[in-house]
Design a protein around this ligand. Sequence first.
Ligand code: SR1
Ligand code: MG
Length: 390
Amino acid sequence: MSYELLTVDTVPGYVAARPALARFGAVSRVREVGDGNLNLVFVAAAEHGGLVLKQALPYVRVDPTWPVTPERNGVEARALRVHNRVAPGLVPEIHDADPERHVIAIEDLSDHRVWRGALNEGLRHEGAAADLGRYVAKVAFGTSVFGLGAKGHKAALAGAANPELCEITEDLVFTEPYIRHEHNRILPANEADVAAYAGDPAVRAAVGAAKLAFMTHAEALIHGDLHTGSVLVRDEPRSAKAFDVEFAFYGPVGFDVGALWGNYVLAAARALVLGDDGHAAWVLAQAAETWRGFADEFTALWPDRADPRVIDLDRYLAQVYADAAPFAAAKAARRVIGFSRVSDIESLPEDLRARAVRAVLAGARLLLAGEPRGGEPKRLFDRVGQALAE
Ligand code: SR1
Ligand code: MG
């Protein structure tokens, strides 16, 4: 390895040596809190406040034979700066970026918690789903042709390539669940469900079309991995922030909306098999909340800067909406077939897990069936709820 990995013992010295972090003073306490697939994450308490250090590992945590470029840390730093500019308050602030050790220092948000865990416990963070919709809209507007103009958009696009991490998504979300692959893990009770889902020509055609859109529709500097484990929430004062933007790239805006929707499906499937119908209904209702936050914010941004002579707002919104549904399906299905599972499903006892997987695949099928232009998320997710419950 060509760079030194941080440890709880070396973090204080590291912070002391970074001029951009001098204002924090001496670090007195450090905890390693990383639980994702790709990074070391340290929370450091210092004389003048807390900070978080995120260091990219050059491999996948659970499979060190699988290399992943640590340059993604620089991608994340650049995207986070842009997202702070266009969506302030909806992402962590960034204090420092170190391209040699592949470390970023960001705002300490220890007074928040990861949304997935809260959803798993049946907690309701009202307003979070709409805030995330607003975040997606601000990024969609501010980093696209609408906010940057034609030349600005092309220049930004040229500087924001993230091919290695895009390839992970192309493989793990859109390909591996639909072929025989060593990454796939399927309970015996779900073998027929997965074979029926992944082998269905209509499913394969819709997922293939979504994959092509992911690979070619360079609309905005999207988050790229906006699942509920990439969201922090707080009750009082109310706050929701997206974090972990290392998968950011110029892609289709519907992918971020769909990622949230797909993760609501996972959370709802969990709630349903646990018998908490009320929580399942609440979670699925968040899909419409996210859409409302997105559409309202994007519409509010539109009159100032967009070109109203040719490009039509309603058509644009309808396109994002139509894109989001198959992306949601692919994002939910990959979590119950392929690599990288989620606690919503994995922490269930095996019999309930099998039921939840079956429900998620039924929901995914419905979302892949195609949403008509002019469709409406409340109606769509009412139908998803019925599919999950059948
Ligand atoms: C090898 S990385 C696996 C997954 O972790 C990230 O959170 C992304 O979702 C990626 O697909
Ligand atoms: Mg992540």
